[in-house]
Ligand binder design. Sequence first.
Ligand code: NDP
Ligand code: GDR
Length: 372
Amino acid sequence: MSKKRALLTGVTGQDGAYLSELLLEKGYEVHGIKRRSSLFNTTRIDHLYQDPHERNLPFFLHYGDLTDSTNLIRIVQEVQPDEIYNLGAQSHVQVSFESPEYTANADGIGALRLLEAIRFLGLEKKTKYYQASTSELYGLVQEVPQTERTPFYPRSPYGVAKLYAYWITVNYREAYNIYACNGILFNHESPLRGETFVTRKITRAVAKIGLGLQDKLFLGNLAARRDWGHAKDYVEAMWLMLQQDRAEDYVVSTGVETSVRDFVRLAFQEIGVEIEFQGEGRKEVGIVVRADDPDFPLLPGREVVAIDPRYFRPAEVDLLIGDNTKAREKLGWKPTYDLNGLVQEMVAADLDLFRQNRVLKEAGFLVKNEFE
Ligand code: NDP
Ligand code: GDR
């Protein structure tokens, strides 16, 4: 039997990298769409992509963009995928307030373009479609925990764009009988997480503060609560959704919520540092109480966390926590990482990264920008 063929948008992102690995392990031929960039943007997948002349993994990259219909149609026609995973997006909530129209185009209409490509090319019976939907659809809390039936109330241009993508996926399933699913994924993180999302920003800062490369970590809303899982677990759920008899939508979450403030505490604990938060509102600060590990000798009383109002959002999502009962029961999926395991892996990876950079710096080979 010939290999199953998958086409991924967002292949250069966090989830694209983990999902590519998973699909290659499962024997798929994997095709990814990457954007043209003036700098290399394939760091997360370089270990999978080899020189075409030496290739041994069935992993192929195509230039493209979710805002470009003709390009998407051509790639879908060439690849004739059994499965499309639409992971590409302007995925940063705060940035969506700065670039709302672009976010709507890529994140909302992008999904429509792919679904139309399936229909236009007559692939309705062949090609299954996964839409990267999000807990940001719930936005302003209507119900706790959130399930597949909880009403949506998005709170950002990103959330609103993803709401369109969610419903157009449902609509093409019902109107044209396309096997199309929404994975309503809650926040998922990893050492590959983009540096400006809050978890990675925290673990990078903890590593750099511990190694004496940064003074302080500036954050926005410390009270926000999220349900954080590991990306490696969540890409497994994406794949499972496309292997069922019927296309349906699923919440994927851990069912445990934690505040940003507690995530900071946990991350500092990984380097043996206990911190305490003092003060209120925009004056709140995180102070070192104790530092047990001689490798990270932070002085008690030192202020290592402070608030910078620029990181507050025009409209905030206060609390997200998902009920993953349906995914557990119907997909047989469950998370294998808990929050401690996730934080441990992320801090350890960032310590490795910045230790290497420190060695390079001391030897006079500073990698530019890596300390920024
Ligand atoms: P990332 O931000 O890490 O990756 C996004 C990917 O989309 C990158 O490959 C990026 O390319 C690509 N991309 C951005 N704009 C376009 C465009 N116009 N055309 C084509 N590709 C584009 O996101 P994640 O991997 O974390 O998330 C994957 C998907 O899941 C996203 O759709 C996100 O919105 C959604 N999601 C994520 C959750 C999470 O917690 N991680 C939770 C729920 C949903 P480049 O590398 O060139 O920037
Ligand atoms: P989110 O993730 O908005 O949930 O979207 P992010 O990590 O950006 O924010 C989580 C919460 O932390 C608060 N916060 C800060 N956030 C950032 N980025 N930087 C800060 O300095 C900071 N300080 C506090 C935020 O206000 C927020 O409440 C992510 C993305 O991956 C989306 O694509 C995805 O759909 C959702 O998760 C589920």
